[in-house]
Design a protein around this ligand. Sequence first.
Ligand code: 5AD
Ligand code: SF4
Length: 449
Amino acid sequence: MQRSKTKSYFLKTFGCQMNVYDSERMTEALARDGYSETDDVAHADLVILNTCHIREKAAEKVYSDLGRLRDMKDARRRNGKETVIAVAGCVAQAEGREITTRQPAVDLVIGPQSYHRLPELIARTENTRERIVETEFPGDEKFSSLKAPRRVSSPSAFLTVQEGCDKFCTFCVVPYTRGAEFSRSLAKIETEARELVAAGAKELVLLGQNVNAYHGEGPAGRSIGLAELIRRLADIDGVERIRYTTSHPRDMDDDLIAAHADIPQLMPFLHLPVQSGSDRMLAAMNRKHNASEYIDLIARIRSARPDIALSSDFIVGFPGETDADAEDTLSLIRAVGFAQAFSFKYSPRPGTPAATLDAQVPEDVKSERLQRLQAVLEEQQTDFNARSLGGVVPVLFERRGRQPGEFVGRTPYLQLVHAAAEGDLVGRTANVAVTETRRVSLSGVIAAA
Ligand code: 5AD
Ligand code: SF4
């Protein structure tokens, strides 16, 4: 399928790192198909929104963008130019044909499991002006047929190793939008890792909706877990740092905990969502663990890797949550001590069990609880960063900063660091003496080697 070399596309990514990864892969496929990327949406022949359905706000943003895109499409048509509008990602998967009903300017709705068919479906809608909705869950791997070489836009590269989730937390759309757990084989992941390193990656961020449930095909057809996968990837020349996200507490096995002690490239940082510190809420959320099990797990992880930095996700205002439950969450936060965290007001999602529960918490109560929770988390983050003051940290520099001569990178604990340097630091790891710390970042000067 050869197309005109002059076509351009605009791609906007919402939501999680998995969507960022998927967008990179779509970008590679489109480049192979002769498209070039533009950051001016008004000049794009193809507009793709890679969407997120996790909370209502994220999904609604898509429809307001689509309204603007419809006007733009009409304006371009008056100038004799056609525009294909595609909705990809989890809103596409969850809402399917409803999207084209609500916004008829949309030409293509494509779910995350169908991206390997993107070029073909774009061509079809261009040729036939037919509106296409493609949200099947095919069994084979979505990107293996693309054969487009991996490119990297940053020394820290995402690599999807697992997709989908079988946990069915009662608030969450992921098991419906991304489907059942699926792990890629070691062979495919190693090949992609080598391509990424050859293209300049120094850090691999292994992605999965439930990444520590990874159980892919390993050597001789044997199934391997995430710890063994990380060991194999650490053996690849040029892999300096490895991270993984997002994990479930129930899948944090001894082998993975040991990996944090044994594998030097595995960074001392763990994002391990707990959602709530109330046993009553954890049960209602179907989290499959209680607060003390989480705290004990953290203790075991810290005994393997004492300096590990912890991150988590929290939901406030889950149906039935009382002040006492919210207080339990604050107690858990104080007991654990987080280096950073994400926190959200509960958002009822259509089709999930919690959405129809009685005792939905009023918006103002959610807001008030969120504020209190974030105040504690922000204080912990500020304190965590403050502990770096006066020390020297190895920073992998990922990009240039806004100031001339400034570079931005990350410490092993995922802290953002700004430092000035002569020459080009992007892709290099340098020691930085930390001279200033803030809640969300550090500043410093390059220390002598
Ligand atoms: N409402 C609010 N937050 C949610 N999350 C997932 N579903 C919802 C929802 N319905 C949060 C969880 C999850 C993170 C990715 O998003 O904290 O870990
Ligand atoms: Fe959603 Fe994570 Fe629960 Fe899976 S484990 S259902 S992705 S919150």
